[in-house]
Design a protein around this ligand. Structure first.
Ligand SMILES: Cc1cc2nc3c(=O)[nH]c(=O)nc-3n(C[C@H](O)[C@H](O)[C@H](O)COP(=O)(O)OP(=O)(O)OC[C@H]3O[C@@H](n4cnc5c(N)ncnc54)[C@H](O)[C@@H]3O)c2cc1C
Length: 538
């Protein structure tokens, strides 16, 4: 039922119950006394970690920093078991958060928001769901995730396939049995890299269809170092998070301030070997300062990884196929693996290069490429997501003058700070395009947006403001700035999902903000301190 006057049903409707939605709900309800309704498509909380249940699904951020920081008690009480938490552990953490802060009572599960319309006559959002809810709210806040809409490529014949098929991002809740089966995995992004070694250990035969050879760094996964957690992390959590908040990538690490080109070859090798031995995202995040900006510096690291691949993989033909030479290291989502390259030494694993011999069609019993026909019992699509904008555009969101977000973003997303888009008053996006989001340790970025939005809503209430809207000039300036900072980086030299290159027809625009988490935070704070410069407060 929608209100007929301008008294909304809720102060805020929040879409999504992952990190973003849960954190936003708690903040607005507990600290600002607002009435909040959350809608979530899934049957439970967790977002990414509710949906991505594929074998090997794991976080690449170390567990002690992949969590909320708003409650010191929560930080102290929760004990991670894995250095890099696996999907079930993160899901159980988020369930714990939901229970501990009594969040479920404001969440309606199994409910997808299908449309949201800004009603100019009453200055409210009218939100519609697939469960026939129609409610109004003053604010609409999206916590819908940057990589939450799976991308199954449209390949001729998929409907005719007689075996089982799955997308990693919508994995069944029941156990999927691989033993005795001939399995295909299509895609070698993060989900592929994580799942391939696990599937290879169980399947009778595994065929990997690779379009892009990847650089990937050994995770060196382990159980959590209890002593490190108790002696170093827990007593210093405030400082650790503060360092992460002002860092480039949302991790409490310091980059090597030297240039890769100014040290000797021996010093460089020593640094790379140390990073490789330690493993994980630190290999990139603590590396020389110019890896992301200077192709020659980047080449030194890329060649180091290629040498490692040559050392690990036995078969020369497979090694050649695995060699990443077409894009700089770090220009695509950094990958962290456990035994990925070594998996290709297993007798039951085969690699097919679909860049040179593309998939033609899926047949009732398998896959046909230009060169060959393969028989499979199961196909796993590890083909990623329609990132950053896909989930927005799957809803029908309309702002002033019935302008749809689809039309507004037809040439790529346009936002001010990744937080708002002009003509859509009182709509706030958590980690929207134009914010550091996917280039960072996301809980740190999510909490920054939650804090900033909550601060603005408090300001709005205190000043009796009815609507907040990004000014179109501020938005245009921000979009230019986002492009300008991305332009000289390695990111522009790869066909990545950051650029929308994985989705046919998607505008090719670099979507996240590469300026760094700390710089971005500073800009957001400055804007708030200047009376929310660039926003129209009416
Ligand atoms: C496999 C994988 C590994 C990752 N590893 C890392 C990592 O190592 N480090 C890191 O920082 N980040 C990682 N991420 C990114 C991860 O998405 C974020 O860290 C974080 O979980 C995002 O939380 P969120 O709440 O913003 O979005 P999500 O967790 O994506 O939650 C969004 C929720 O919104 C719901 N939703 C969307 N549309 C609607 C609608 N119309 N109506 C109702 N509900 C809707 C979805 O169902 C979903 O539950 C990874 C992501 C994936 C997929």
């Amino acid at each position: 039922m929608a209100s007929s006057d301008n008294h909304p049903d809720f102060d805020a409707v929040v879409v999504g119950a992952g990190f973003a939605g849960l954190g936003m709900l708690r903040r607005l309800r507990e600290e600002h006394g607002m009435s909040v309704q959350v809608y979530e498509t899934g049957a439970g909380v967790g977002g990414t970690w509710y949906w991505n249940r594929y074998p090997g699904a794991r976080c690449d951020s170390e567990s002690y920093i992949y969590c909320f920081s708003f409650s010191q008690e929560l930080l102290q009480d929760w004990n991670w078991s894995g250095k890099y938490p696996e999907q079930p552990e993160i899901l159980s953490y988020l369930n714990h958060v939901a229970d501990r802060f009594d969040l479920r009572r404001n969440i309606q599960f199994n409910t997808r928001v299908t449309s949201a319309r800004f009603r100019e006559d009453i200055n409210l959002w009218e939100v519609q769901t697939d469960q026939n809810n129609r409610v109004t709210s003053q604010f609409l806040i999206t916590g819908i995730g940057c990589i939450s809409s799976g991308n199954v490529p449209s390949i001729k014949g998929l409907d005719s396939f007689e075996g089982e098929w799955y997308h990693t991002g919508r994995w069944p809740h029941e156990k999927v049995e691989f033993s005795g089966k001939r399995v295909a995995v299509i895609g070698t992004g993060s989900s592929g890299i994580q799942s391939i070694p696990v599937i290879a250990r169980q399947a009778e035969h595994l065929t990997v269809f690779q379009r892009t050879p990847q650089y990937t760094i050994p995770a060196r996964h382990d159980t959590v170092d209890r002593k490190f957690l108790e002696d170093v992390v827990k007593p210093n959590y405030d400082e650790i998070f503060e360092q992460a908040r002002w860092s480039t990538g949302g991790f409490p690490v310091n980059r090597d301030e030297r240039s890769a080109l100014q040290v000797t070859a021996a010093e460089r090798l020593e640094a790379y070997e140390a990073g490789w031995a330690e493993g994980g995202i630190r290999f990139l995040s603590t590396s020389f300062k110019d890896i992301g900006t200077d192709r020659r510096a980047n080449d030194t690291m890329a060649e180091f990884i290629r040498k490692k691949i040559r050392e690990i993989v036995a078969d020369p033909e497979t090694t050649e196929k695995l060699m990443p030479t077409d894009h700089p290291f770090g220009s695509k989502r950094p990958l962290i693996d456990t035994d990925y390259f070594a998996t290709y030494n297993q007798e039951n694993v085969e690699l097919v290069d679909i860049r040179h011999s593309p998939i033609q069609e899926i047949t009732p019993d398998g896959i046909r490429t230009e060169d060959q026909q393969f028989q499979f019992d199961m196909i796993v699509f590890a083909t990623g997501f329609d990132a950053m904008t896909g989930t927005y555009l799957r809803m029908d969101i309309r702002g002033r003058n019935d302008l749809s977000l689809q039309d507004k973003w037809s040439e790529g997303p346009k936002t001010y700070l990744g937080l708002q888009t002009a003509e859509f008053p009182n709509l706030f996006m958590i980690t929207g395009p134009g914010s550091p989001s996917v280039l960072s340790n996301m809980p740190v970025s999510i909490e920054q947006h939650i804090d900033w939005i909550a601060g603005l809503l408090q300001y709005v209430r205190e000043h009796d403001i009815k609507s907040v809207e990004a000014h179109v000039d501020a938005e245009a300036a921000w979009v230019s700035h986002v492009n300008e900072v991305a332009e000289p980086t390695m990111y522009m030299l790869a066909d990545s999902w950051y650029l929308g290159a994985n989705i046919p027809g998607k505008p090719r625009v670099f979507m996240p903000y590469v300026g760094g988490v700390g710089t971005y935070r500073e800009k957001c704070n400055e804007i708030a301190d200047n009376g929310y410069e660039g926003f129209i407060l009416a």
